[in-house]
Write a protein that binds this ligand. Structure first.
Ligand SMILES: Nc1ncnc2c1ncn2[C@@H]1O[C@H](COP(=O)(O)OP(=O)(O)OP(=O)(O)O)[C@@H](O)[C@H]1O
Ligand SMILES: [Mg+2]
Length: 405
């Protein structure tokens, strides 16, 4: 076959076939026309790759049909030799509209790239039908095997979910949906991964985080109202607490009392002047770095904290200490804290008020921690003697283990 415009060098052995079919189907039938186009496309595909990019199947000029072959609606052309009219036909077809709207053309080009970049992947449901309440003033533990969706749940609650993930449902804070307020100023997500500026010292890192989050502003505002009310009611505060709050409320200083407080709470005062370090620079130890990550978030004024496996790299007594400090914070300040931990020690586990058990994206149990064993007993899982509750619960929800109980 030889195409009319620009396809002089194009030789494909399909003519005979094509005309036979044309006779039997009739060229007006849309299926027949589509088949002919497929045939042409297949012959272009069969060309060596260097030549293939020079040939395309295009709509034939309807005015110039002389022979039976040319009455076919499509032709294969050499794209290097198109005349102006042919180029216009290609453009009009690609626009796929009579006006100047280029949407179809651009979305067609984009989807051609997208098909390659994002091949059809199976859908993975990370969290399925998850609903519940996390109460203020109660410390909640999130337990689940690796890959069960703990990080995803914490990110979803903190409003930081990957924008590429499809999501439905709603997260609300006191009944207020996430798009009605700045969730980043209300809650903090403490990452499983430590990301720091390695050249800053531990103290500098926390000072910087405190200033970014306006830690002193919060104390200053709270102190102003408090002092006014106390004067009205003739109440005298404890001098130590008054001094602490006044020092913490000093604005505009590089060093902040909130930093010293956080360093003490997290046991980081021993390494406060050591560089945090990175892959290139040796700095504090792995466990200390983990605590710096936690410190960066709790140094600020936010009272809703989502802490993701803060115990990685820490010994059980340090984890216990940190969780205990968080517990005091939760109980005294009515804060809302959800902590995911991997294998908490029994004494750490007992510090928590509530428990959420997650398995393969489903909530298996949500409620007071002391009722959890009772719940599993009612469905036939009894804890063996000398077994830690946290270990037992994690094993029960793990696919391959429950038959042991
Ligand atoms: N952005 C994403 N794209 C694709 N898959 C994801 C994405 N985020 C999470 N996943 C998948 O969702 C599942 C749950 O991941 P997630 O990080 O929430 O688990 P996890 O419970 O925190 O695990 P771990 O205890 O190991 O930290 C995993 O199978 C993970 O591969
Ligand atoms: Mg995780």
């Amino acid at each position: 076959m030889a195409a009319s415009s620009g396809s002089e060098y194009f030789e494909i052995d399909m003519e005979g076939d094509m005309f036979q079919r044309q006779g039997s189907w009739g060229m007006d039938a849309p299926e027949a026309r589509e088949d002919e186009r497929e045939l042409m496309w297949a012959s272009v595909e069969r060309l060596p790759s260097v030549r293939r990019q020079h040939f395309a199947v295009v709509q034939r000029d309807s005015q110039s049909s002389f022979s039976q072959a040319q009455s076919l609606p499509f032709e294969v052309v050499d794209v290097r030799r198109l005349d102006r009219a042919a180029r216009e036909r290609v453009l009009n077809k690609a626009f796929a509209t009579t006006n100047q709207d280029n949407y179809n053309l651009l979305s067609g080009i984009k989807s051609r790239f997208d098909r390659l970049l994002q091949p059809n992947r199976p859908t993975l449901t990370i969290l399925d039908n998850v609903s519940g309440v996390i109460k203020p003033g109660r410390m909640t533990l999130l337990l689940g095997p690796p890959g069960s969706g703990k990080t995803t749940l914490l990110l979803a609650l903190a409003g930081k979910l990957d924008s590429n993930l499809k999501k439905c449902g709603e997260v609300t804070y006191n009944g207020c949906p996430l798009n009605k307020f700045v969730v980043q100023r209300t809650s903090a997500y403490i990452s499983q991964i430590d990301k720091h500026i390695g050249e800053l010292t531990v103290r500098e890192t926390l000072d910087f985080a405190a200033r970014c989050q306006g830690a002193s502003n919060n104390w200053a505002e709270c102190l102003k109202d408090l002092a006014k009310l106390e004067r009205e009611k003739n109440i005298r505060p404890s001098p130590e607490i008054d001094a602490f709050m006044k020092v913490a409320s000093v604005k505009g200083r590089k060093a902040n009392l909130a930093t010293d407080y956080t360093l003490k709470v997290l046991g980081l005062d021993v390494c406060s002047d050591t560089m945090v370090g990175s892959d290139m620079v040796r700095g504090v130890s792995g466990g200390q770095k983990k605590r710096v990550t936690t410190g960066e978030m709790i140094v600020g004024p936010r009272k809703t904290l989502f802490m993701d496996e803060i115990s990685t790299g820490l010994d059980s007594s340090t984890t216990f200490q940190i969780v205990k400090c968080m517990l005091n914070f939760v109980h005294q300040m009515e804060a809302t804290v959800l902590v995911s931990l991997l294998q908490p020690a029994p004494e750490t586990f007992e510090l928590f008020d509530d428990l959420i058990l997650l398995s393969e994206g489903h909530i298996i149990y949500q409620g007071p921690i002391e009722k959890s064993l009772e719940f599993f007993q009612t469905i036939g899982f009894t804890i063996p003697s000398r077994k830690g509750v946290a270990d037992f619960l994690q094993e029960v929800i793990f696919d391959s283990v429950p038959f042991m109980y």
